[in-house]
Ligand binder design. Structure first.
Ligand SMILES: Cc1cc2nc3c(=O)[nH]c(=O)nc-3n(C[C@H](O)[C@H](O)[C@H](O)COP(=O)(O)O)c2cc1C
Length: 343
């Protein structure tokens, strides 16, 4: 891994094979990717479309498979099944998902309430991973940042290869500034590379997060849906090169590619394709992209029902040489609290 390195954050139903294919054509994507999570329980089997994203990984860069679950035996079984594939660079455990249905089963972020259980799971997964990477993605506590010291003590007992820290508690979900002090404490306490995550929306916020924490890398999620070139821009900035600007016409090309790749995957994995339903799927990404590109576009995009109507609207607003705004609006529910990184 270069230093600092970049990681594409795992995002369920977003960071799938078509999204990776699109990123590969828009700046090349991150230095490392983590899959959306494989659910692990007594009846679970490897979800085909997630496995396909690993086996056909178009990025040429390593991919780590993420697991969410709480039963040590089932986690060992699933990790073992995945490690049968040489394309799996390692296994990551999700200690951050805030969804109530996940937390109530003591999985994801819910596990942060039970440090003994985490200790046990990390021991098992470290053993199964052998010489392959074993990584952890965590938040800074369940209800309070003050829990993080004891969590770090648990992490430091295991030879983990990378700790990604989403700098919020589970209760804070996605809408607060990040606790940079906690990420810095992780960097100081652990010998493995620590990756800072949460609220990186452009080069300036990324660099500020690194400066405040001393982290070895940056993980970007929503900022990469909004601007897939964020990884190549960060790499340019780390290398001291001029950072290439993104124009609205680039966004139009990105959205066209994303439509094509997601439609192709739909046909391949589900054997059906309904352009109307696909417009709704595209809105999951578009919400992040159009935020801040004008109220008219945001308003009309939400009402689009057909492919022709959607792309006519996008061409109307994006088929020009204007620069995309450096930052998204902070009022939005989608991006919130990032300006604190710049203080
Ligand atoms: C739509 C969506 C899906 C997510 N799915 C996952 C997931 O499967 N596994 C995980 O560890 N985190 C998941 N996350 C959390 C992100 O990986 C990341 O930690 C969080 O969005 C903060 O980073 P960001 O501000 O760069 O987006 C998800 C986030 C979003 C917005």
């Amino acid at each position: 891994m270069p230093r600092p390195f970049t990681v594409l954050a795992p995002m369920q139903e977003v960071t799938d094979l078509p999204f990776w294919r699109t990123l590969a054509q828009c700046g090349g994507g991150a230095d490392l990717a983590i899959t959306e999570y494989f659910r692990v329980h007594i009846h679970s089997t490897l979800e085909k479309h997630i496995l396909a994203s690993i086996l056909r990984n178009p990025t040429g860069r390593p991919v780590i498979a993420q697991l969410i679950g709480q039963d040590a035996g089932e986690m060992r079984r699933t990790a073992g099944e995945l490690l049968n594939y040489e394309e799996v660079a390692g296994i990551d455990i999700n200690l951050g998902c805030p969804a109530p249905v996940v937390c109530s089963k003591q999985a994801g972020g819910g596990l942060l309430r039970d440090r003994n259980k985490i200790d046990d799971l990390l021991g098992h997964l470290r053993e199964v991973c052998g010489s392959r990477w074993f990584t952890v993605k965590t938040r800074v506590g369940f209800a309070s940042e003050s829990e993080f010291e004891e969590l770090l003590a648990v992490f430091s007992r295991h030879q983990i290869d990378m700790l990604s820290v989403h700098g919020r508690t589970v209760k804070e979900r996605y809408q607060t500034p990040v606790h940079t002090g906690a990420v810095r404490r992780a960097v100081e306490a652990l010998s493995c590379p620590v990756v800072a995550n949460g609220n990186v929306v452009d080069v300036a916020t990324g660099r500020a997060y690194l400066e405040k924490t001393g982290a070895a890398g940056l993980m970007v999620g929503r900022g990469a849906i909004r601007n897939p070139w964020i990884f190549s821009q960060l790499r340019q900035s780390f290398a001291g090169e001029e950072v290439a600007e993104v124009r609205k016409r680039d966004l139009l090309r990105y959205l066209t590619l994303l439509w094509e790749e997601t439609a192709r995957a739909r046909l391949e994995f589900k054997k059906d394709f309904d352009p109307g339903k696909h417009v709704q799927k595209m809105k999951r990404y578009l919400n992040y992209v159009v935020s801040g590109l004008g109220e008219d576009l945001e308003y009309r995009m939400k009402r689009c029902r057909e492919q022709g109507e959607l792309f006519a609207l996008l061409r109307d607003h994006l088929d020009n040489e204007e620069l995309m705004p450096a930052l998204p609006p902070e009022r939005s529910k989608l991006f919130c609290g990032f300006s604190r990184l710049l203080e």
